[in-house]
Design a protein around this ligand. Structure first.
Ligand code: FAD
Length: 292
Protein backbone atom coordinates (compact mmCIF):
# COMPACT_ATOMS: atom_id res chain seq x y z
CA UNK A 1 0.00 0.00 0.00
CA UNK A 2 1.30 3.46 -0.85
CA UNK A 3 1.72 5.81 2.10
CA UNK A 4 0.21 8.68 0.17
CA UNK A 5 -3.02 6.65 -0.08
CA UNK A 6 -2.99 5.84 3.65
CA UNK A 7 -2.73 9.36 5.01
CA UNK A 8 -6.16 10.88 5.33
CA UNK A 9 -7.34 14.16 6.76
CA UNK A 10 -9.97 12.35 8.83
CA UNK A 11 -8.33 9.45 10.65
CA UNK A 12 -5.69 9.98 13.31
CA UNK A 13 -2.86 7.48 13.27
CA UNK A 14 0.69 6.71 14.35
CA UNK A 15 3.57 5.30 12.35
CA UNK A 16 6.79 3.97 13.86
CA UNK A 17 10.45 4.00 12.84
CA UNK A 18 12.92 1.16 13.37
CA UNK A 19 16.55 0.73 12.41
CA UNK A 20 18.54 -2.29 11.25
CA UNK A 21 21.09 -3.91 13.60
CA UNK A 22 24.23 -1.92 14.23
CA UNK A 23 27.51 -3.75 13.55
CA UNK A 24 28.06 -6.15 16.43
CA UNK A 25 24.35 -6.30 17.35
CA UNK A 26 22.41 -9.54 17.01
CA UNK A 27 19.98 -9.47 14.08
CA UNK A 28 17.58 -11.65 16.10
CA UNK A 29 17.15 -9.14 18.91
CA UNK A 30 16.35 -6.41 16.39
CA UNK A 31 13.93 -8.69 14.55
CA UNK A 32 12.08 -9.45 17.80
CA UNK A 33 11.78 -5.76 18.69
CA UNK A 34 10.64 -4.85 15.17
CA UNK A 35 8.01 -7.59 15.17
CA UNK A 36 6.61 -6.46 18.52
CA UNK A 37 6.22 -2.97 17.10
CA UNK A 38 4.57 -4.35 13.94
CA UNK A 39 1.98 -6.15 16.10
CA UNK A 40 0.74 -2.71 17.20
CA UNK A 41 -0.53 -2.33 13.63
CA UNK A 42 0.70 1.22 12.98
CA UNK A 43 -0.33 3.01 9.80
CA UNK A 44 3.13 2.17 8.44
CA UNK A 45 6.66 1.47 9.63
CA UNK A 46 9.81 3.05 8.29
CA UNK A 47 13.19 1.29 8.27
CA UNK A 48 16.27 3.48 8.26
CA UNK A 49 19.31 3.03 6.03
CA UNK A 50 22.82 3.41 7.40
CA UNK A 51 24.67 5.89 5.24
CA UNK A 52 28.00 4.51 4.07
CA UNK A 53 27.07 0.81 4.15
CA UNK A 54 27.18 -1.25 7.32
CA UNK A 55 23.69 -1.91 8.56
CA UNK A 56 22.03 -0.73 5.34
CA UNK A 57 22.17 -4.29 4.01
CA UNK A 58 19.36 -5.28 6.37
CA UNK A 59 16.97 -2.42 5.59
CA UNK A 60 15.15 -4.30 2.86
CA UNK A 61 15.04 -7.64 4.71
CA UNK A 62 13.39 -5.95 7.66
CA UNK A 63 10.96 -3.87 5.58
CA UNK A 64 9.93 -6.91 3.53
CA UNK A 65 9.54 -9.08 6.65
CA UNK A 66 7.23 -6.57 8.37
CA UNK A 67 5.07 -6.21 5.30
CA UNK A 68 4.77 -9.91 4.55
CA UNK A 69 4.35 -11.22 8.09
CA UNK A 70 2.22 -8.47 9.64
CA UNK A 71 0.63 -6.78 6.64
CA UNK A 72 1.96 -3.42 7.85
CA UNK A 73 3.00 -1.15 4.94
CA UNK A 74 6.67 -0.25 5.08
CA UNK A 75 8.80 2.67 4.01
CA UNK A 76 12.38 1.74 3.07
CA UNK A 77 14.87 4.56 3.57
CA UNK A 78 17.58 5.00 0.95
CA UNK A 79 20.51 7.43 1.02
CA UNK A 80 22.61 8.35 -1.97
CA UNK A 81 25.49 10.73 -1.25
CA UNK A 82 28.17 8.17 -0.49
CA UNK A 83 26.98 5.68 -3.11
CA UNK A 84 27.68 5.18 -6.79
CA UNK A 85 24.89 5.18 -9.39
CA UNK A 86 25.37 1.42 -9.78
CA UNK A 87 24.84 0.77 -6.07
CA UNK A 88 21.75 2.98 -5.88
CA UNK A 89 20.25 1.41 -9.00
CA UNK A 90 20.85 -2.04 -7.57
CA UNK A 91 19.12 -1.04 -4.33
CA UNK A 92 16.16 0.38 -6.23
CA UNK A 93 15.85 -2.87 -8.19
CA UNK A 94 15.92 -4.79 -4.90
CA UNK A 95 13.20 -2.57 -3.44
CA UNK A 96 11.02 -3.29 -6.45
CA UNK A 97 11.79 -7.02 -6.36
CA UNK A 98 10.82 -7.10 -2.66
CA UNK A 99 7.40 -5.72 -3.61
CA UNK A 100 7.87 -2.52 -1.58
CA UNK A 101 5.98 0.54 -2.74
CA UNK A 102 7.42 3.31 -0.56
CA UNK A 103 10.89 4.85 -0.49
CA UNK A 104 12.24 7.62 1.73
CA UNK A 105 14.69 9.37 -0.60
CA UNK A 106 17.54 10.94 1.36
CA UNK A 107 20.91 12.42 0.67
CA UNK A 108 22.46 11.08 3.90
CA UNK A 109 25.15 12.80 5.92
CA UNK A 110 28.37 13.52 4.07
CA UNK A 111 31.06 11.16 5.44
CA UNK A 112 34.06 13.09 6.88
CA UNK A 113 36.42 11.58 4.27
CA UNK A 114 34.28 13.06 1.47
CA UNK A 115 33.96 16.54 2.99
CA UNK A 116 36.98 18.00 1.21
CA UNK A 117 36.72 16.04 -2.05
CA UNK A 118 35.74 17.62 -5.36
CA UNK A 119 31.93 17.46 -5.42
CA UNK A 120 31.74 17.69 -9.20
CA UNK A 121 32.67 14.00 -9.39
CA UNK A 122 29.95 12.81 -7.04
CA UNK A 123 27.12 10.77 -8.56
CA UNK A 124 24.64 12.32 -6.10
CA UNK A 125 25.04 15.69 -4.42
CA UNK A 126 21.58 16.14 -2.92
CA UNK A 127 18.45 14.12 -2.24
CA UNK A 128 16.80 15.73 -5.25
CA UNK A 129 19.20 13.80 -7.52
CA UNK A 130 17.86 10.53 -6.13
CA UNK A 131 14.24 11.72 -6.23
CA UNK A 132 14.54 12.70 -9.90
CA UNK A 133 16.09 9.35 -10.74
CA UNK A 134 13.36 7.43 -8.87
CA UNK A 135 10.63 9.47 -10.53
CA UNK A 136 12.07 8.91 -13.98
CA UNK A 137 12.72 5.18 -13.69
CA UNK A 138 10.16 4.00 -11.12
CA UNK A 139 7.17 6.35 -11.38
CA UNK A 140 4.90 3.92 -9.53
CA UNK A 141 6.87 4.19 -6.27
CA UNK A 142 5.57 6.48 -3.53
CA UNK A 143 8.41 8.81 -2.54
CA UNK A 144 8.97 10.56 0.77
CA UNK A 145 11.63 13.11 1.65
CA UNK A 146 12.98 14.77 4.80
CA UNK A 147 12.47 18.30 6.07
CA UNK A 148 13.80 20.31 8.99
CA UNK A 149 11.45 22.58 10.98
CA UNK A 150 14.52 24.08 12.67
CA UNK A 151 16.57 24.28 9.43
CA UNK A 152 19.05 21.68 8.17
CA UNK A 153 22.44 22.23 9.88
CA UNK A 154 24.18 22.93 6.54
CA UNK A 155 21.66 25.51 5.37
CA UNK A 156 22.45 29.20 5.27
CA UNK A 157 18.93 30.12 6.33
CA UNK A 158 15.38 28.79 6.43
CA UNK A 159 14.33 30.49 3.21
CA UNK A 160 17.03 28.60 1.26
CA UNK A 161 16.19 25.36 3.04
CA UNK A 162 12.49 25.70 2.15
CA UNK A 163 13.37 26.62 -1.44
CA UNK A 164 15.30 23.34 -1.81
CA UNK A 165 12.49 21.44 -0.08
CA UNK A 166 10.05 22.83 -2.65
CA UNK A 167 12.41 21.62 -5.40
CA UNK A 168 12.36 18.12 -3.90
CA UNK A 169 8.56 18.13 -3.84
CA UNK A 170 8.36 19.48 -7.40
CA UNK A 171 10.75 16.72 -8.49
CA UNK A 172 8.21 14.13 -7.36
CA UNK A 173 8.00 13.72 -3.58
CA UNK A 174 4.58 12.55 -2.44
CA UNK A 175 4.95 13.37 1.25
CA UNK A 176 7.44 14.81 3.72
CA UNK A 177 8.55 13.61 7.16
CA UNK A 178 10.05 16.08 9.61
CA UNK A 179 13.15 15.92 11.71
CA UNK A 180 12.40 15.59 15.43
CA UNK A 181 11.42 18.72 17.37
CA UNK A 182 10.47 19.31 21.00
CA UNK A 183 8.47 22.51 20.68
CA UNK A 184 5.33 22.17 18.55
CA UNK A 185 5.16 25.89 17.90
CA UNK A 186 8.32 25.57 15.77
CA UNK A 187 6.49 22.99 13.65
CA UNK A 188 3.38 25.15 13.25
CA UNK A 189 5.51 28.12 12.22
CA UNK A 190 7.40 25.95 9.71
CA UNK A 191 4.15 24.53 8.28
CA UNK A 192 2.84 28.03 7.74
CA UNK A 193 6.00 28.99 5.84
CA UNK A 194 6.14 25.92 3.64
CA UNK A 195 2.45 26.19 2.74
CA UNK A 196 3.09 29.82 1.87
CA UNK A 197 5.93 28.69 -0.41
CA UNK A 198 3.48 26.51 -2.36
CA UNK A 199 4.26 23.09 -0.86
CA UNK A 200 0.95 21.26 -0.58
CA UNK A 201 1.90 17.58 -0.04
CA UNK A 202 1.20 15.96 3.36
CA UNK A 203 3.77 16.64 6.09
CA UNK A 204 4.20 13.97 8.75
CA UNK A 205 5.68 15.36 11.98
CA UNK A 206 8.39 13.15 13.57
CA UNK A 207 8.36 12.85 17.36
CA UNK A 208 11.29 11.40 19.29
CA UNK A 209 10.41 10.08 22.76
CA UNK A 210 13.44 10.78 24.95
CA UNK A 211 13.45 7.97 27.48
CA UNK A 212 16.90 8.30 29.01
CA UNK A 213 19.08 11.28 29.80
CA UNK A 214 21.97 10.04 27.61
CA UNK A 215 19.77 10.39 24.54
CA UNK A 216 19.42 14.14 25.05
CA UNK A 217 22.91 15.21 23.97
CA UNK A 218 22.88 12.85 21.00
CA UNK A 219 19.45 14.02 19.87
CA UNK A 220 20.44 17.68 20.10
CA UNK A 221 23.74 17.09 18.30
CA UNK A 222 22.02 15.11 15.54
CA UNK A 223 19.10 17.44 14.97
CA UNK A 224 20.16 20.78 16.45
CA UNK A 225 16.72 20.81 18.05
CA UNK A 226 15.72 23.50 20.53
CA UNK A 227 15.04 22.12 24.01
CA UNK A 228 12.22 24.04 25.72
CA UNK A 229 12.70 24.85 29.41
CA UNK A 230 9.81 22.52 30.28
CA UNK A 231 11.73 19.65 28.71
CA UNK A 232 15.07 20.64 30.28
CA UNK A 233 13.44 20.73 33.74
CA UNK A 234 12.12 17.25 33.22
CA UNK A 235 15.59 15.92 32.33
CA UNK A 236 17.15 17.81 35.27
CA UNK A 237 14.64 16.36 37.68
CA UNK A 238 14.33 12.78 36.46
CA UNK A 239 17.51 12.21 34.40
CA UNK A 240 19.24 10.17 37.11
CA UNK A 241 16.24 7.90 37.73
CA UNK A 242 15.89 5.68 34.63
CA UNK A 243 12.31 4.52 35.31
CA UNK A 244 11.07 8.03 36.12
CA UNK A 245 12.89 9.51 33.11
CA UNK A 246 11.33 6.95 30.81
CA UNK A 247 7.85 7.66 32.15
CA UNK A 248 8.35 11.43 31.90
CA UNK A 249 9.82 11.18 28.36
CA UNK A 250 6.88 9.08 27.15
CA UNK A 251 4.44 11.51 28.76
CA UNK A 252 6.18 14.48 27.06
CA UNK A 253 6.04 12.78 23.64
CA UNK A 254 2.39 11.81 24.20
CA UNK A 255 1.57 15.40 25.11
CA UNK A 256 3.27 16.67 21.94
CA UNK A 257 1.27 14.20 19.83
CA UNK A 258 -2.06 15.14 21.46
CA UNK A 259 -1.32 18.79 20.73
CA UNK A 260 -0.52 17.94 17.09
CA UNK A 261 -3.79 16.02 16.72
CA UNK A 262 -5.67 18.89 18.39
CA UNK A 263 -4.22 21.23 15.79
CA UNK A 264 -5.33 19.26 12.77
CA UNK A 265 -2.41 16.87 12.14
CA UNK A 266 -3.63 13.34 11.49
CA UNK A 267 -0.52 11.15 11.13
CA UNK A 268 2.42 11.39 13.51
CA UNK A 269 5.64 9.45 12.99
CA UNK A 270 7.28 8.21 16.18
CA UNK A 271 11.03 7.63 16.25
CA UNK A 272 10.46 4.50 18.28
CA UNK A 273 14.10 3.39 17.98
CA UNK A 274 13.48 -0.39 18.24
CA UNK A 275 11.79 0.07 21.62
CA UNK A 276 8.47 -1.82 21.51
CA UNK A 277 7.62 -0.92 25.12
CA UNK A 278 7.90 2.79 24.30
CA UNK A 279 5.85 2.45 21.10
CA UNK A 280 3.22 0.40 22.93
CA UNK A 281 2.96 2.86 25.83
CA UNK A 282 2.54 5.85 23.54
CA UNK A 283 -0.13 4.06 21.54
CA UNK A 284 -2.00 2.96 24.67
CA UNK A 285 -1.83 6.51 26.08
CA UNK A 286 -3.68 7.58 22.93
CA UNK A 287 -6.05 4.61 22.71
CA UNK A 288 -9.32 6.54 22.84
CA UNK A 289 -8.05 9.27 20.53
CA UNK A 290 -6.88 6.67 18.01
CA UNK A 291 -9.84 4.36 18.59
CA UNK A 292 -7.44 1.43 19.23
P1 FAD B 1 19.01 17.31 1.08
O1 FAD B 1 17.54 17.44 0.88
O2 FAD B 1 19.84 16.98 -0.08
O3 FAD B 1 19.50 18.55 1.88
C1 FAD B 1 20.80 18.60 2.45
C2 FAD B 1 21.26 20.05 2.54
O4 FAD B 1 21.52 20.56 1.23
C3 FAD B 1 20.23 21.00 3.14
O5 FAD B 1 20.93 21.99 3.85
C4 FAD B 1 19.52 21.59 1.93
O6 FAD B 1 18.95 22.87 2.18
C5 FAD B 1 20.67 21.67 0.93
N1 FAD B 1 20.23 21.48 -0.47
C6 FAD B 1 19.28 20.64 -0.92
N2 FAD B 1 19.21 20.70 -2.26
C7 FAD B 1 20.13 21.60 -2.66
C8 FAD B 1 20.55 22.11 -3.93
N3 FAD B 1 19.96 21.69 -5.07
N4 FAD B 1 21.54 23.03 -3.96
C9 FAD B 1 22.14 23.46 -2.83
N5 FAD B 1 21.78 23.02 -1.59
C10 FAD B 1 20.80 22.10 -1.51
N6 FAD B 1 20.14 9.50 7.39
C11 FAD B 1 20.59 8.25 7.11
O7 FAD B 1 21.77 8.05 6.92
N7 FAD B 1 19.72 7.20 7.03
C12 FAD B 1 18.38 7.35 7.22
O8 FAD B 1 17.62 6.38 7.15
C13 FAD B 1 17.88 8.66 7.53
N8 FAD B 1 16.56 8.88 7.71
C14 FAD B 1 16.11 10.18 7.94
C15 FAD B 1 14.72 10.41 8.07
C16 FAD B 1 14.25 11.69 8.32
C17 FAD B 1 12.76 11.93 8.45
C18 FAD B 1 15.16 12.77 8.47
C19 FAD B 1 14.64 14.15 8.78
C20 FAD B 1 16.52 12.55 8.32
C21 FAD B 1 17.02 11.26 8.05
N9 FAD B 1 18.38 11.01 7.87
C22 FAD B 1 18.82 9.73 7.60
C23 FAD B 1 19.36 12.10 8.01
C24 FAD B 1 19.65 12.78 6.65
O9 FAD B 1 20.28 11.88 5.79
C25 FAD B 1 20.56 13.99 6.92
O10 FAD B 1 19.86 14.97 7.64
C26 FAD B 1 21.25 14.59 5.70
O11 FAD B 1 22.26 15.49 6.17
C27 FAD B 1 20.34 15.37 4.77
O12 FAD B 1 19.54 14.54 4.04
P2 FAD B 1 18.37 15.18 3.10
O13 FAD B 1 17.79 14.08 2.33
O14 FAD B 1 17.48 16.03 3.91
O15 FAD B 1 19.29 16.09 2.16
Amino acid sequence: MKIIDLITKETKSLSFEVFPPKPGTQFESVRTAVEEIARLKPLFMSVTYGAGGGTSNYTLDIAKGIKEKYGVPTLAHLTCVSSSKDTVRRKIAEIKAAGLQNVMALRGDIPPEMESSDRSGWDYKYAIDLIAELKENEPDLCIGCACYPEVHPESINQREDIRYLKEKVDAGCDFITTQMFFDNNLLYNFLYKIRESGITVPVIPGIMPITNANQVDRAVKLSGSFMPQRFKSLVDKFGTDPAAMKQAGIAYATDQIIDLYANGITNVHVYSMNKPDVAEKIQSNLSDILGK
